[in-house]
Every structure is written in C-alpha cells, then in structure tokens.
Design a protein around this ligand. Structure first.
Ligand code: NDP
Length: 244
C-alpha cells in the first residue's frame, strides 16, 4: 500500500456511518479531508475529534442535491489545500417501501440524493481533475446494485444507476482519472433509520442482523486510494462473511 499523505479528499455524507469512518481513517493516514453533509453540528464534532488526533480537516454544510453547494465544497478544498485528489460520492438515503405504497416523495428523494448527488459530485469535481490531469472518484453503490429485493426496487435502481454512471465515467475519463465503485453489503450505520414503511422496516430488521462496521468499508476506500497512480481499482464488493 502506498502513502496517501497530503492527498486532498472531499467526502460527501460524512456526518455518520461510512463517510464518518472514511474521514477518520483517511485523516489518520495523513490525507487532508474536506467533509460535507447537512448536519453541520455532527461535522463540527467530527472535525474537532480528527484535529485532536492531529488530523487535517475542513467541513462545510452540503446538500448534494444542490449543484452549487457541491461546487462550493470543491472550492473549499482548492482554496484551503490547492488541489483536489479524490471525491468520495458517499451520501445516500434508503427509505425502503413496496412500490404499491406509492411513497412517491421518498422515491424522488432517493433519486435526488443517490443519483443526482453523485452526478453533481462528478460535475463539480471533473473539471478540476481534468485541469490537474489527475484525480479519483470513489462512488458508493451497494450490493443492491447487482440484485433487486422486495421493498428495495427504487433504492436498487438508484444503485444500479450509480454503477452504470461509474463504469461510463471510467470508460470516458480513465487514463488521467481513476474511478472506483465500492459496493457494501450490510454495514452498521444510520442508513435504515429513514425507513418510514412498517413492512420494509420489519424486513430490514431481520436483514440487518448480520453486519460489518463502517470502518470495514473505510478500509476498502483506503485500499483504492492508496494504490500507485497507474493502478485503478475499479470495483470492490464487501459483505459480512456470514451473509449469503
Ligand atoms: P448513513 O445514513 O449513516 O450516512 C448517510 C450520509 O449521507 C449521512 O452523513 C447523511 O448526512 C448524508 N446525506 C443524506 N442526504 C444528504 C444530502 N441531501 N446531502 C448531503 N448529505 C446527505 O448511511 P451509510 O453510511 O450506510 O451510507 C453511506 C453510503 O453507503 C450510502 O450511499 C449508502 O447507500 C451506501 N451503502 C450503505 C450500506 C449499509 O448497509 N450501511 C450498504 C450499501 C450501500 P446528513 O443527514 O447530515 O446530510
């Protein structure tokens, strides 16, 4: 594994779960992390904790559904650290429900955050990376990007989309820019807390009984970033050992 010291890494959705674990781990490894999410008080606490361990971090309120906020956090990285090495498009929501429940607002929210949010990260980061002739996108999909299950059609559709966008991006910009898709299985986080549908909540309780810590996914992110520049880790799937 190569050194990631001094790399400038923007992480979306860093106020909990995988984003938070990645921010801690990458900062411990010497990266400058620039973290965004909507819950600024969480970011502030995380930044204090990272700084108390000697890490380098900046934070800013970020709603990934707003392109101008995504551009603004890239600007923060550039102003503060002078370059942009990695964008981790991690922010996501998962309010599962059967299609027949017609929770159209929740479908739209998943499309806005999980798909538009990733596209906004690309739109804001790609011109900077093109100018530098280097950079890396790490997009968080899911094992739901490979199979569909009841109550998860729309969530899975958004993650299939992330997988398609990531592969398309790799084909178009590979050469200068590295592109990595990370697909976690069940991971400890706050992700299931947004489920408002009773049936989906019950199904999830059972499904989430076996899980891995968010730090496991952070380590796969570190693995992808820490490869030498000519090595592009395209896809990583990480599941709990006990899952089918
Ligand atoms: P969490 O719910 O713990 O974290 C999700 C993060 O996304 C939070 O920091 C939240 O912050 C942020 N977020 C939500 N909406 C927005 C928004 N509009 N703008 C900016 N940030 C937003 O879940 P995970 O850590 O598990 O999720 C991280 C990623 O991993 C997601 O893409 C998820 O789909 C994926 N994943 C997770 C799995 C798991 O089992 N945990 C399995 C497969 C994939 P805030 O509310 O403060 O904005």
């Amino acid at each position: 594994m190569f050194n990631i010291k001094g790399k400038v890494v923007v992480i979306t959705g860093a106020s909990s779960g995988i984003g938070e674990a990645a921010a801690r781990l990458l900062a411990q490894q010497g990266a400058h992390v620039v973290i965004g999410a909507r819950r600024v008080e969480r970011l502030q606490a995380l930044a204090s904790s990272i700084r108390s361990e000697g890490g380098s971090v900046e934070f800013q309120a970020l709603d990934v559904t707003r392109l101008e906020e995504m551009q603004s956090i890239m600007d923060l990285a550039l102003t503060r650290f002078g370059r942009l090495d990695v964008v981790i498009n991690n922010a996501g929501v998962m309010p599962l429900s059967p299609l027949e429940a017609l929770k159209v607002d929740e479908w739209n929210r998943m499309i806005d955050v999980n798909v538009r949010g990733v596209l906004h990260g690309i739109a804001a980061g790609l011109p900077v990376m093109r100018k530098q002739s280097s950079g890396q996108f790490i997009n968080l999909a899911s094992i739901g990007a490979y199979t569909v299950s009841p109550t998860a059609s729309v969530y899975c559709a958004t993650k299939y989309a992330v997988r398609a966008i990531t592969e398309g991006l790799r084909q178009e910009v590979g050469g200068d820019i590295r592109v990595t898709l990370i697909s976690p299985g069940v991971t400890e986080s706050e992700l299931a807390e947004t489920i408002s549908d009773t049936e989906a909540r019950e199904l999830m309780k059972d499904y989430r009984r076996v899980s891995i810590p968010a730090s496991a996914i952070a380590h796969s992110i570190l693995y992808a970033i820490s490869q030498p520049a000519e090595v592009d880790v395209n896809e990583i799937v990480v599941r709990p050992t006990a899952s089918l």
